[in-house]
Design a protein around this ligand. Structure first.
Ligand code: GDP
Ligand code: ZN
Length: 292
């Protein structure tokens, strides 16, 4: 049978098989010496040991589409990052950092601004404008009223999505709105994985619909920018791209150079100041890192 690894803990892998449920599996010896360690999100073949006890052996890992380091997960299609429009105020530095780390791993991002019931139209228009050319899809939602939930469900369908966001923004509330009947099943998974509750640092997938998986990531703890040359940072800001080859100087970093078209676009309001200011801040950060 073929399924998906939902969680790995203490030498066990919990494999969800569509239509059959969750199996507690061990990796056979052949995996131990191999480079390819089973990972959450892996599509795997299992041999059933006992249908009654729902146990099995992992026998094969299917070829991965991708392999994320942070969070540790395989076959991730996209990320959904939630911030609140208000209470707590969005931390844009964190959001912009997150977008860079996802861009680095080539994971498309959906930005959800939750708690629209607490925001004015002007605030939302501003957010929309700041992120319209960021390469991300932007959604406005309210877990409290159900606004935007159908749209989110549609975007998740058939995909494996990692979900992130600082605490208090409404991640759990949103999760509760999504496929309500599935929450029961999620409860059952946690029941089976008894130690699960106390090991929040492990990534875990939940099944929320046919071929639809969500991973609630343990947070934003390490959004340190690394493996980026400061000269390459500009490529992580898709809104700069239309101007890339029009600046006076080749290799313009869009900071101090004269004749910079990005800065001109900024002055004309075509590039978000919020995004540009963070670009400059991260650039400086990378320059400092290099000195160390
Ligand atoms: P988490 O820490 O990200 O999981 O956030 P929670 O889902 O626990 O929500 C944090 C708080 O925000 C709770 O008091 C929720 O009731 C509240 N909350 C969540 N969504 C909304 C919303 O759309 N509007 C409003 N006004 N409050 C919300
Ligand atoms: Zn420039």
């Amino acid at each position: 049978m073929t399924g998906k690894i939902m969680k790995g803990i203490g030498g066990f892998y919990y494999v969800y098989v569509e239509g059959s449920g969750l199996y507690e599996c061990r990796a056979r010896g052949i995996f131990r010496n191999k480079k390819m360690k089973p990972n959450v999100g892996d599509v795997v073949d299992i041999d059933i040991l006992s249908e009654e006890e729902k146990t099995g052996n992992l026998v094969k890992i299917h070829k991965r589409k991708n392999q994320l380091i942070r969070p540790m997960a395989a076959n991730v299609d996209q990320a959904l990052v939630i911030f609140a429009v208000h209470e707590p105020e969005p931390n844009f530095h964190l959001l912009n950092r997150f977008l860079i780390t996802m861009e680095q791993q080539e994971i498309p991002v959906i930005i959800c601004f939750n708690k629209t019931d607490l925001a004015t139209t002007e605030q939302m228009q501003q957010l929309e404008k700041d992120y319209e050319n960021s390469g991300c899809q932007v959604i406005f939602q309210a877990a409290a009223t159900g606004e935007g939930i159908t749209q989110i469900e549609e975007l998740l369908r058939g995909k494996t999505t990692i979900m992130a966001g600082p605490s208090g923004v409404g991640k759990s509330s949103t999760l509760n709105c999504i496929s309500k009947e599935k929450q029961m099943e999620t409860g059952a998974v946690s029941e089976k994985i008894k130690r699960g509750k106390h090991t929040t640092r492990h990534s875990e997938l939940i099944h929320i619909g046919e071929d639809t998986y969500l991973m609630d990531t343990p947070g934003f703890s390490s959004l340190f920018l690394e493996n980026i040359e400061k000269e390459d940072l500009k490529y992580y800001f898709p809104e700069f791209e239309p101007y890339e080859n029009t600046c006076r100087f080749n290799g313009c970093c869009h900071i101090h150079e004269p004749g910079c078209e990005v800065k001109k676009a900024l002055e004309e309001g075509k590039i978000s100041k919020l995004r540009y200011d963070d670009y400059c801040m991260f650039y400086e950060e990378l320059a400092q890192q290099k000195k160390w």
